[in-house]
Write a protein that binds this ligand. Structure first.
Ligand SMILES: *Cc1c(COP(=O)(O)O)cnc(C)c1O
Length: 333
C-alpha cells in the first residue's frame, strides 16, 4: 500500500480548526537533563487524545452515502471515531474488550456512539467490528492500519517540525504504530537526520516483538497502566508495521513502575494529567533508558484515564493490574 507526504498534507487541511495545532510547551524537567524537553500536548484535543486526527481524516475521506462506521478500540480511537461520525451525521458502533476502562467506555457513549463490549482482547473486539462490516454494511475505520488514519496522526510530525525545525529527537508512544508510523514518516521526509524513538510497556508490546521478529507476531495482552498501548498489530498488517520497521530508529520498553513514576513526574513537575500511555517517553528518560542529545519532543498522547487511578498514583499508593501489583512510592521519595 502506497503512503506519501501528500496524504499527510491533505489530512492537515481536513482536520484544521478542529484537531490541528495543539500546544508545544517546555517541560520543567529539561533543565535536569541539560537539554530542551518539549511536550506536544495532544491532551488538549476535543476528545482528550490525538486519535481525533486520524478519525476525522478517515471519515472525511469516505464517499457520500456511507451507511455508518465501526471500529475496535481500547478507548481513544473510539472517541475519535464517535466525534468524527457525529460531526458528519453518520452512525458509529465502537467495539471494545472487557479490558477497556469504564471511563473510556462512558467517554465513547457520551459522544453519541453505540458501544459493544465483547471478549477479553482487542482481537475479539476486532472480530465483532468485522461482523458489523459483513452483516450491517458499516465501514471499518482501523485504529492504526489505515492510510488515512496514519496520515491524520502524521500531521503531528508536520506540526512539530514546523514549530521546531531544530528538533533532534521525537519520542512517540507505540502500540499499533499508526501514530509512530505517521509521525516518523512525516518527520523524516522533512529532516532525514531526525531521530524518532517508539516507546511501549515491557509486557505485551506487539509492535516491538514484531519488529524484532521481522514480521507481525501476536503477544499476550495483559492489563497495564498504559492501557491505550495494549492490543496486537494484526497478523495481516498492511501498512503500520512496515512504516514503523522502516522509520523508527529504536523501540524502548519501560516497566509499569517506570510508567508510574513518569505519570507522577508529569504531574508534579509540569502539572500535566495524562494516561500511562503518554508517560512512556518521560519514564524512559527518568529511568536512564534514553539520553537527551538535543531538543527533544515527547508526544503526550491522551488524558482519558480513570481519575481514581490517577489520584492513587499521585498519592503513591499501590496499583493492582490483574495479577500484578505496581508497588507505590510517593513522588520524590
Ligand atoms: C492509540 C494510542 C497510542 C498509540 O497509538 P498507535 O497508533 O496505536 O501506536 C498512544 N497513546 C494513546 C493515549 C493512545 O490512545
Amino acid at each position: 500500500m502506497a503512503f506519501s507526504l501528500g496524504q499527510i498534507l491533505k489530512a492537515r487541511g481536513r482536520i484544521a480548526g478542529v484537531a490541528g495545532g495543539t500546544p508545544l510547551v517546555p517541560s520543567a524537567m529539561g533543565a535536569r537533563f541539560g537539554q530542551e524537553l518539549l511536550l506536544k500536548l495532544e491532551i488538549a484535543q476535543p476528545v482528550g487524545a490525538f486519535k481525533l486526527r486520524g478519525a476525522l481524516n478517515a471519515i472525511a475521506a469516505l464517499p457520500n452515502g456511507v451507511r455508518g462506521v465501526t471500529c475496535c478500540s481500547t478507548g481513544n480511537h473510539g472517541r475519535g471515531v464517535a466525534y468524527a461520525a457525529r460531526a458528519r451525521g453518520i452512525r458509529a458502533v465502537v467495539c471494545m474488550s472487557r479490558l477497556a476502562p469504564e471511563a473510556k467506555v462512558e467517554g465513547v457513549r457520551a459522544l453519541g456512539a453505540e458501544v459493544r463490549i465483547v471478549g477479553d482482547s482487542q482481537d475479539e473486539a476486532q472480530a465483532e467490528a468485522e461482523r458489523l462490516v459483513a452483516e450491517e454494511g458499516l465501514t471499518e475505520i482501523s485504529p492504526f492500519d489505515d492510510a488515512q488514519v496514519i496520515a491524520g496522526q502524521g500531521t503531528i510530525g508536520l506540526e512539530l517540525l514546523e514549530a521546531r525545525p531544530d528538533l533532534h529527537t521525537i519520542l512517540v508512544p507505540l502500540s499499533g504504530g499508526g501514530l509512530a508510523g505517521g509521525v516518523a514518516f512525516a518527520a523524516k521526509r522533512i529532516n532525514p537526520d531526525i531521530g524518532v524513538i517508539g516507546l511501549s510497556m515491557d509486557r505485551g508490546a506487539a509492535m516491538a516483538a514484531s519488529i524484532a521478529a521481522g514480521r507481525p507476531v501476536e503477544v499476550v495482552e495483559v492489563p497495564s497502566l498504559a492501557d491505550s498501548l495494549g492490543g496486537g498489530i494484526g497478523l495481516d498488517n498492511r501498512l503500520s508495521f512496515a512504516l514503523c520497521r522502516d522509520h523508527l530508529d529504536e523501540v524502548v520498553l519501560v516497566s509499569e513502575e517506570e510508567i508510574y513514576r513518569g505519570m507522577q513526574a508529569l504531574y508534579y513537575e509540569d502539572r500535566v494529567v495524562c494516561e500511562g500511555a503518554c508517560a512512556v517517553g518521560i519514564a524512559a528518560i527518568l529511568a536512564g533508558k534514553i539520553r537527551l542529545q538535543g531538543p527533544t519532543a515527547a508526544i503526550i498522547t491522551g488524558r482519558n484515564l480513570d481519575m481514581g487511578l490517577h489520584a492513587d498514583i499521585m498519592a503513591g499508593r499501590d496499583v493492582r493490574l490483574g495479577d500484578y501489583v505496581v508497588k507505590g512510592q510517593a513522588y520524590g521519595a
